[in-house]
Design a binder for this molecule. Structure first.
Ligand code: ATP
Ligand code: MG
Length: 395
């Protein structure tokens, strides 16, 4: 058992000592069997939320209406969720009704894929009611139960299937795949935030090319923001080799291939409900990609983008052209300064020496000095900086 499970064993034991059942479930069990690193340890139990809460001193009601209680244990939080069934799904996304039950089987039945429907008990025994272990050994994603019904209940599961296929390098089982082809339009009903999260994980998976290809073939691509107008480019992307390692690179691959300008990048990413920090970096990365391609990249462009975005741009360009990335990284590393803070003169210095008074001129002068240093016109030394500031401000 991995150490993450070992550490959580006292929680399972405590629940069981009180007469209830408790298991590790979901992604952590799947990833352990596949010998992949695990991130969150989820626990499922026959105890009702109030019963769970009565057993532990420190708990938080993180998702109590869905049956989830967070147990705080020496700085780690464990989500303990009561076995439940779901029903309703009138809107193809959220169940209308969640019912707490005492049966593990009922809880595993509501899970999306066989590989995600395994439970691991405190003594190391695995409960596998739907052939998840066998599917895992054959590298297959298979819906639990009837795929059509399951995608009708929650259309996000189609994106999850594609995401797991890419992340785990698995194939989607034929009937499950047919279910996706037949129900792709239901993805319209799903909140963009949820699609976003699965899509980025898919693009960062080892078999992202296959994932994107599946989205095209199944028409899922038509029901995510802005992709429907770009089929030809999407097909081009699928035909190239790409290997991405963060979210900024995921988006910059698309925005650069779609030839988006700054405003288009912003509206595209806003429609995808992307975080502002990411949007900013995608803009800088995309601009740098265009500058590199048109051989218009100099010190100022590198400085403005920042190291991480230089690396992002390089990672994307290297995917489709033979390109001397080491040279560009070296150029960045040789910049005289990489942040404003490294400038060897401050506004205060210029005021103290009587060169300038506080006001807009001061900011303009500092900016001019910053630029001159980056371009190598002057050295980043007080004497040179002061002389340049005086030259800029003589009446
Ligand atoms: P990850 O490693 O990315 O966290 P995960 O499989 O743990 O993958 P979660 O979203 O954390 O994914 O969900 C935990 C578990 O809850 C899943 O393994 C699955 O059993 C169940 N689950 C999650 N989302 C759904 C869904 N939309 N429909 C049915 N079951 C789901
Ligand atoms: Mg998880």
């Amino acid at each position: 058992m991995p150490s993450e499970f070992e550490k959580a064993l006292p929680i399972l034991r405590k629940i069981e000592a009180a007469g209830y059942e408790a298991y590790f479930v979901g992604g952590s069990v799947r990833d352990t069997i596949l010998q992949r690193p695990i991130h969150d340890v989820d626990i499922a139990t026959s105890a009702y939320p109030s019963e769970v809460k009565s057993l532990f001193k420190r708990t938080a009601d993180t998702g109590i209406e869905h049956g989830t209680v967070m147990i705080l244990d020496h700085g780690t939080g464990y989500e303990v969720t009561t076995f439940r069934t779901e029903s309703g799904y009138q809107d193809y996304r959220r169940p209308d009704k969640v019912t707490f039950v005492r049966s593990l089987k009922e809880d595993l039945k509501r899970r999306d894929f066989t590989i995600n429907a395994l439970a691991l008990s405190e003594n190391g025994k695995i409960t596998d009611l739907f052939g998840g272990l066998n599917d895992m050994s054959k590298k297959i994603i298979r819906a639990v139960g009837d795929p059509e019904e399951r995608f009708n209940e929650d259309a996000l599961r189609m994106m999850r299937a594609v995401r797991f296929a890419s992340q785990l390098d698995f194939k989607i089982e034929q009937q499950t795949l047919t279910g996706i082809y037949d129900h792709s339009e239901l993805l319209k009903k799903i909140a963009v935030e949820r699609i976003h999260s699965e899509f980025v994980k898919m693009m960062l998976g080892v078999d992202a090319k296959n994932g994107l290809n599946l989205m095209i073939k199944s028409q899922l691509y038509q029901f995510v923001p802005d992709f429907s107008e770009h089929l030809t480019v999407l097909q081009k992307i699928v035909a190239t080799h790409f290997d991405l390692d963060n979210e900024v690179q995921v988006w910059a691959l698309f925005t650069s291939m779609f030839q988006f300008n700054r405003d288009q990048v912003i509206s595209f990413l806003k429609r995808w409900k992307t975080a502002n920090k990411i949007i900013n970096d995608v803009i800088l990365t995309t601009e740098l990609i265009f500058q590199i391609k048109s051989h218009k990249v100099g010190n100022l462009e590198l400085y403005k983008a920042g190291k991480q975005n230089v690396q992002n741009a390089v990672a994307i360009i290297s995917n489709y052209t033979d390109f001397d990335s080491a040279k560009l990284i070296k150029a960045y590393d040789q910049l005289p300064i990489t942040t404003k803070k490294q400038l060897n003169v401050t506004g205060g210095d210029l005021i103290k020496r009587g060169i300038l008074n506080p006001g807009p001129k001061l900011g303009e002068t500092l900016e001019a000095l910053e630029k001159a240093v980056i371009l190598g016109k002057i050295n980043n030394q007080d004497s040179e900086l002061i002389a340049a500031a005086m030259a800029l401000n003589k009446e």
